[in-house]
Design a protein around this ligand. Structure first.
Ligand SMILES: Nc1ncnc2c1ncn2[C@@H]1O[C@H](COP(=O)(O)OP(=O)(O)O)[C@@H](O)[C@H]1O
Length: 217
């Protein structure tokens, strides 16, 4: 299966993508995680991405599209993948379509996670992430937010993403509305979109997502 996950920052894309990818046995490809890994390793790509990410802006397409394609060409993605955070504007969506056509493959569905804006700001400004799970970010602690302290799930160290402040969340939301939302219409025209509510417990949302993907196919 080849799926794209869209939704505003704070919709829970990363959490849901991780769970869905496990259920569907396909790799979870997150451009945000790939950028953060590059920043962590101090690569030139990471250095270039960092200033955009810290400002809550999109990393330029030239950098992002190449990185996403390289990842989709890895052997573990040959039978499918779940894209989280890519594509994020129309240029990327068109580049993805060209790439898929070149490879002779198609998207099976686009899952759109809906969440009200005030909930997004509340979730993100209060989110603390866990460093465990191989450097990936899976355990989120919203309430009460602790900057220090440990993850309730595994005891791992908690931290706050540098772009998770209220001011930067507002910029990211603006970027989402102007640049990313148009790709939903683009995919609606291809008959690919299933919209679900991202409110409620994590596993309730995952169940909704699985049902929506079943009906899509
Ligand atoms: N496809 C992309 N195109 C451009 N920039 C991206 C892309 N994916 C991630 N980024 C950069 O990484 C940041 C964090 O993205 P992500 O981890 O998906 O978090 P969120 O969905 O919570 O904003 C974005 O604000 C942006 O700067």
């Amino acid at each position: 299966m080849r799926i794209v996950l869209v939704g505003p920052p704070g919709a829970g894309k990363g959490t849901q993508a991780h769970l869905l990818a496990k259920t569907l046995s396909i790799p979870h490809i997150s451009t945000g995680d790939l950028f953060r890994a590059n920043i962590g390793q101090g690569t030139p790509l990471g250095l270039e991405a960092k200033s955009y990410m810290d400002a809550g802006r999109l990393v330029p397409d030239e950098v992002t599209i190449g990185m996403a394609k390289d990842r989709m060409l890895q052997p573990d993605a040959a039978k499918g993948f779940l894209l989280d955070g890519f594509p994020r504007n129309l240029g990327q969506a068109k580049a993805l379509d060209e790439f898929l056509a070149e490879q002779g493959i198609v998207l099976d569905g686009v899952l759109d996670l809906e969440v009200p804006e005030d909930e997004v700001v509340r979730r993100i400004a209060g989110r603390r992430l866990c460093r465990n799970d191989g450097g990936h970010v899976y355990h989120v602690d919203y309430n009460p937010p602790k900057v220090s302290g440990v993850c309730d799930e595994c005891g791992g160290e908690l931290y706050q993403r540098s772009d998770d402040t209220e001011e930067k969340v507002r910029t990211r939301l603006e970027v989402y509305h102007t640049e990313t939302e148009p790709i939903i219409d683009y995919y609606v025209q291809q008959g690919l979109v299933a919209t679900i509510s991202a409110l409620g417990k994590v596993d309730e949302v995952t169940q909704r997502a699985i049902e929506a993907l079943k009906q899509d196919n």
